[in-house]
Design a protein around this ligand. Structure first.
Ligand code: PMP
Ligand code: GLN
Length: 390
């Protein structure tokens, strides 16, 4: 008999490797580069929110296992937030679940809802954990490719991708990495398709407050969608505490119970004291949210203009922390090679968007830059990148 050694890593995880964010942040550290790769702000969120976390630890709030669905003040604050911004009412006991960041929420939702062999249609390029989680669930991912310059979804193409095996649509708006934000008309059209084909929708809305002069339209606000939508968000982006990993799910009691069933065997619970602080943060006045978005919009403009001046083709960005560029006009052909050499050539780290595509050709020349950094850091990166000028 042929001696075939069984590989150590299970086939479901084959090819997943190390995340691009881990790899590129390590490169940034090792080379002293300006890190415009991984999306995290270089200034922390509001001091009052940080103080609330310190107080919670001192007061013994959340130092022991919090309840599985999340601490009551946070669940209540999440329902107030959904009501205040979107007019969506939720029962904090049955329709809200606190998770270890949006990452766990996405994983738990996919594990709860996807059977082996089910097809999941996701906007491509997709955030890397989607592909991994669908693979872990034994599902098949089907990309609906967003194409430059506007990266708008082709809804006729979406209809054509639906088969008898399609179980759910995995939507992300505002969209990482492209910065595309679905319009109301697009959201309604996707909703009609979901309803017609009786599909579930998981919607990742972690950048819900990071929109620049366009509205964020939650899928669950569209008629007929609340019943079939798992909505996911997180305090990381909105409040500038990405390390805290406080995320949440809202939906019907049935959907939330399904996600909770998976979630209890992932982390069970996490971030006890930080949950109290994010509860306070959610109740910050509208001015906080407006100023945060205005600040990021100015940073988007600074980085986009500077990259264009150097010679990148810069695509429009209506939301998120990221701007996508094309490097062809710099005489470059491959974003992965470009990003691997960029720390040595220019002392800057960026993310090759190709890693978010199954169709690598579609994203070969796209490179993503994060602009959630102090203006002087963005200026420094631009000064360094000027060596690329032709
Ligand atoms: N979804 C998207 C689209 C993201 O960009 C990120 C991370 N930045 C996450 C989910 C993960 O969020 P969290 O850090 O709350 O786990
Ligand atoms: N979501 C962040 C990004 O897109 C990274 C989060 C992570 O490192 N997993 O850059």
């Amino acid at each position: 008999m042929e001696d075939v050694k069984r590989p150590l890593l299970s086939r479901r995880l084959d090819g997943l490797g190390t995340t691009i964010f881990t790899e590129m942040s390590a490169r940034a550290l090792a080379t002293g580069s300006v890190n415009l790769g991984q999306g995290f702000p270089d200034t922390d969120g509001p001091a009052s929110v940080a103080q609330r976390a310190i107080d919670a630890i001192s007061n013994g709030e959340g130092n022991q296992y919090p309840p599985l669905p999340g601490v009551p003040p946070l669940r209540h604050a999440i329902t107030r937030h959904q009501e205040r911004f979107y007019g969506l009412a939720h029962d904090p006991d049955t329709e809200v679940l606190v998770t270890a960041g949006a990452t766990e929420a996405i994983a738990a939702a996919i594990f709860a809802l996807v059977e082996p062999g089910d097809e999941v249609i996701a906007l491509e390029p997709f955030y890397d954990s989607y592909a991994a989680n669908i693979a872990m669930a034994g599902g098949t991912r089907v990309g609906l490719t967003l194409r430059p310059p506007a990266f708008r979804p082709d809804l006729e193409e979406l209809k054509g991708k639906i088969t008898a095996r399609t179980r759910l649509l995995l939507i992300n708006t505002p969209h990482n990495p492209t910065g595309m934000v679905l319009t109301r008309a697009e959201t309604e059209a996707i909703a009609r398709i979901a309803i017609e084909h009786d599909l579930l929708v998981i919607t990742d809305e972690v950048y819900e407050h990071l929109v620049y002069d366009v509205p964020h339209i939650p899928m669950a606000t569209i008629a007929g969608m609340r019943e079939r939508t798992v909505t996911i968000s997180s305090g990381g982006k909105t409040f500038g505490f990405t390390g805290w990993k406080v995320g949440w799910v809202t939906g019907t009691p049935e959907l939330v119970a399904a996600v909770r069933t998976a979630k209890q065997f992932l982390t069970f619970v996490a971030s006890g004291p930080l949950q109290f602080a994010i509860a306070d943060a959610l109740d910050l006045p509208d001015a906080y949210y407006d100023e945060f978005a205005a600040d990021l919009k100015a940073k988007r403009d600074l980085l986009s203009a500077g990259l264009a001046e150097i010679g990148f083709d810069v695509y429009p960005c209506d939301g998120t922390y990221f701007v996508t560029t094309d490097i062809t006009s710099l005489g470059e052909r491959d974003g992965i090679d470009f990003c691997l050499s960029l720390p040595d050539r220019a002392g800057v780290v960026a993310i090759p968007s190709a890693v978010f595509y199954d169709d690598k050709e579609a994203g070969r020349t796209q490179v993503r830059f994060a602009f959630c950094k102090r203006p002087e850091v963005l200026e420094n990166a631009l000064t360094r990148l000027a060596v690329l000028k032709r």
